[in-house]
Design a protein around this ligand. Sequence first.
Ligand SMILES: [Zn+2]
Length: 514
Amino acid sequence: MNVLFRNVHVLDLDAAAGLPPPTDVLVEGARIAAVGHDLGPPDRTTRTIDAGGHLLMPGLVNAHFHSSVNHMKGALPGLPLEIFMLYESPALEALRPTPREAYVRTMLAAMEMLRSGVTAVQDDAFFVPAPSPEIVDAVLQAYRDAGIRATVALDQPELAELDKLPFLADLLPPDLRAEAAQPPACGQQQLLEAYRHLIATWHGAADGRLAAAVSCSAPQRVSPEYFAALDDLSRAHGLPFYAHMLETRLQRLLATEQPRFSGRSLVRYTADLGLLSARMNVIHAIWVDDDDLDLIAEAGAVIAHNPISNLRLGSGIMPFRRIRERGIPICLGVDEAIAGDAVDMWGVAKAAGLVHTLTDPDHERWPTASEVLDCAITGGARAMGLADSLGAVGVGRIADLALLDLDTLPFTPLNDLHRQLVYCENGGSVRLTMVAGRIVFEAGRLTTVDEAALRSEARDIFNRRAPAMAEARRAMNRWLPAYRAMTSQAASRDVGMERCAGDRPRGNQGSGRS
Ligand SMILES: [Zn+2]
């Protein structure tokens, strides 16, 4: 059915603080067919929505996300990334999900996103202990059924733990060191086979709403051969390429602590391999230097900013202004429901608007609300490779839209629309969410799935899973002393830059925080 929004205010990121005058917006099929005053009387196939007093805006894009831990919000205390990853999702057979579990957990976040006006997600999905066609299908089927736009990659490390982390070889006792030297059971050939399935089955499915991406997880977690094979896939099919880079101080130290990097940062290493491209989403980019940023700008890559996850894990603060100054597009992401912990892009936008005040004394360099919205909307579209078809309410654009009621407390009284979107709104004003011209959320409920039944099923499934998950976490405790020593050692090292506010320990290796 076509939809005509009557008398609606349309978000304009270039406009000043005021509210643009109301207009009409006609959606035909999956796209916006017309924007203008007094669009003619609709035919019988068109539903008219009187949207006076409402704001129509492009849906937000959750541009970096791992759905695999959607059932674990609030499950872990604050921990540095490397210790956090020990406990987050151990690669144990006992934790292998059933396809139904993967479907239900994916659906949890899809529902949360659609309810708050998030119309698209880039899911860097990881699978323990390894991906299978059935599990991949379950994740994509959930996105198909929920009605959200989703691009999905398989985020699987291919190297042994010892290759991915510094100091560990010296810190682990012999039995654990031998274990950490073993590569994951799922090797390069199996992973590429899983990608062939993902791309053949799902890329372009649901009229193009679902798509594949590739992911190396992070450069230090894969061999150059597998890294290059993923780039070949990305180039051949035009897929975004996800790579976490320089999320923590410890990752900066890989340059000098792992011989294969020969003193080069992970960004420089990737560029030297010829793999830094405009298809790449560089995720986090916190501990980057000017040389790294020049390389990213030259390649035309996008940076995915996840400020809440970065605060939750104490990773540091991304140099926002230096990135924008180089014209590098920034998109925003939740990262994951265990490091977020809400799948709440409004919260992410607010954090992006706030956190950079801590690291730049010049207030004129702080992000403006309009810039933050630009990241959450157009940056996300660019990251997905859809800059020309998403990210604006304009003729010919795909109708991925959110309709917000302005007669709500976040907008009363209205002083500055962009600032109130970033700093006041929490998703509660969203009255309707549309993806590819289809209304998927309206009048307080999703139109696509039975939310109450899915929530109930999720409680049943994951309550039953809880003992196995607790046991798996207990089993990881034997690694903790070495990982704690590793993160302390990293915290005490000078890497020639500072990305965390406040004092940090120096010159006392082996002690320090954590
Ligand atoms: Zn991530």
